[in-house]
Design a protein around this ligand. Structure first.
Ligand SMILES: [Cu+2]
Length: 187
């Protein structure tokens, strides 16, 4: 190997290192920008507004009393769903919602940390005692979606799951006519 050869080799190594450094820095910059954009859109960041609730008094008064659980259709047609997670079930265990409608899920835990995940969608939140988890939902396809607890919450964890039943918008409106809270428990 001549001196000339080793100079060329060193130059090639330096060039390759520089190229990889540029790629690595570009990836870091892109990821940082993604995190900023996603955070601004509330897509991946935790809520900035913390809503607290007393887990020991959920059943006694306020938003999460039994009569207020389930799906409520607002005057504008938007739907609010209120759910409680407890060892080892969700209340209501079958959530009824319409297609093509903005839905706000409001959920909390009565005891330990649970999770709420709707299979086949990006709906996924933790239920932390003392706090209200709020998440927007929207379904385009009618059908039953499995809703398991995705946070280990004790010996009965694997048996903790519910269902989200998405029905046609018009059928939901018909059922919501009388007011009150809707669910599909026992259907
Ligand atoms: Cu659980």
């Amino acid at each position: 190997m001549t001196v000339e050869d080793s100079r060329n080799g060193a130059a090639a190594v330096a060039r390759t290192e520089r190229n990889w450094a540029v790629i690595a820095v570009t990836i870091i910059i892109v990821m940082t920008l993604l995190a900023v954009v996603a955070g601004l859109h509330r897509a991946t960041m935790p809520q900035s507004e913390v809503q607290a609730v007393d887990p020991a008094r959920l059943h006694l008064s306020g938003e999460f009393i039994e009569a207020n659980l389930g799906s409520e259709r607002g005057v504008d047609g938007a739907v609010t769903v209120r759910v409680i997670g407890q060892q080892y079930s969700f209340t209501p265990a079958c959530i009824l919602v319409p297609t093509d409608t903005p839905i706000t899920l409001r959920a909390t835990s009565a005891d330990v940390v649970h999770g709420l995940l709707v299979q086949g969608t990006n709906i996924n939140t933790m239920l932390v005692p003392g706090y209200i988890s709020e998440q927007p939902m929207r379904f385009t396809k009618a059908g039953d979606y499995l809703m398991p607890c995705q946070e280990f919450c004790g010996f009965g964890h694997e048996g903790m799951w519910g269902t989200v039943r998405v029905i046609d918008k018009a059928a939901f409106a018909e059922r919501a006519k009388g007011g009150g809270r809707l669910s599909c428990v026992g259907e």
